[in-house]
Ligand binder design. Structure first.
Ligand code: TPP
Ligand code: SF4
Ligand code: MG
Length: 282
């Protein structure tokens, strides 16, 4: 497969220069290397600029409510574990409006890959602070600057026992491609938080801002060492990108016994009569 095999016919409505283009290119390259057909993939999203991604990639997709991508993705994977299920979501969508789903789907550990386009702002709604906005950043809604400490996605995921925690940068496409592939190949919930400059509304966290801070995690980091992972995730001056943590953990399919059974999508429902159940709702 080639990246262009995943081109969609939909016109792209992102601003020129948006970091989302880098994430899109990395995702298409990763899917090409994975070698699966578009029909074997499911992209799931909620609402936001990041959540438009499934429109711009040729694959099955489900575009649902703001913050609600994760339960839909987990349910689809449980029903049809042959599908490769990938969520493309924003920092607001995943950590704010969908924060509770984020916490409990890490615990649930269904085998899905979650790519968070972390532009540290609400892009679609034109520039309000998001859960990951820097303190002091001024917006139209926060004219005196953000006063809250940011939500720490990597540390939160590690504290909840997430089996794969990574961070990428939209301008480091080949590096991000490798992270996405590693996340897809990990069995269980995998988180890839991606720094994604929003050139129209985030005038603080620009390409130049990230270039001064982002660095690649070197081979000296042992991604199986959770204490070392937590120390990396806690860095605030320099910002590490790479696989922060990777470790085996029983997935939902293994814990529930579903992995040993035929997938729900293949179940024989010819003898199932749902009318009595529906009657309860009349
Ligand atoms: C429940 C709900 N709350 C608020 C909104 C309005 N809304 C739509 S997108 C959005 C913010 C999106 O920000 P983010 O998830 O970071 O995505 P981005 O556009 O930055 O990629 C908001 C607040 C909504 N659609 N539904
Ligand atoms: S508003 Fe920001 S996040 Fe949305 S498309 Fe434009 S640059 Fe990208
Ligand atoms: Mg955002």
């Amino acid at each position: 497969m080639e990246p262009n095999d995943f081109n969609s016919a939909d016109p792209v409505a992102w601003c020129p220069g948006c970091g989302n283009f880098g994430v899109q290119a990395a995702l298409k390259a990763a899917l090409a290397q994975l070698g699966k057909e578009p029909r074997q993939l499911l992209l799931v999203s909620g609402i936001g600029q990041a959540a438009k991604m499934p429109h711009y990639i040729k694959a099955n997709f489900f575009n649902g409510l703001h913050g609600r991508a994760l339960p839909a993705a987990a349910a689809a994977k449980i029903a049809n574990r042959e599908l490769t299920v990938i969520v493309t979501t924003g920092d607001g969508d995943c950590y704010g409006e969908g924060g509770n789903h984020f916490l409990h789907n890490i615990r649930r550990n269904v085998d899905i890959t979650v790519i968070v386009h972390d532009n540290q702002i609400y892009g679609l709604t034109k520039g309000q602070a998001s859960p990951t906005s820097e303190p002091g950043m001024k917006t139209k809604i926060q004219p005196g600057g953000v006063i809250l400490a940011p939500f720490p996605p990597l540390e939160t995921a590690l504290a909840l026992g997430c089996g794969f925690v990574a961070r990428g940068y939209a301008a480091e496409r080949e590096h991000l491609t490798e992270l996405i592939l590693a996340g897809i190949r990990h069995k269980g919930f995998s988180l890839i938080d991606v720094f994604q400059p929003c050139v129209s509304f985030n005038k603080l966290n620009t390409y130049e801002w990230y270039a001064r801070r982002v660095y690649k995690v070197g081979p000296e980091h042992d991604a199986a060492d959770k204490t070392a992972a937590m120390a990396l995730a806690a860095q605030r001056e320099r910002l590490p990108i790479g696989v922060i943590y990777s470790g085996a953990k029983p997935s939902y399919g293994e814990l529930s016994g579903l992995d040993g059974m035929p997938p729900l999508v293949d179940a024989d429902i010819s003898n199932v009569d749902i009318n009595p159940a529906l009657a309860d709702f009349r």
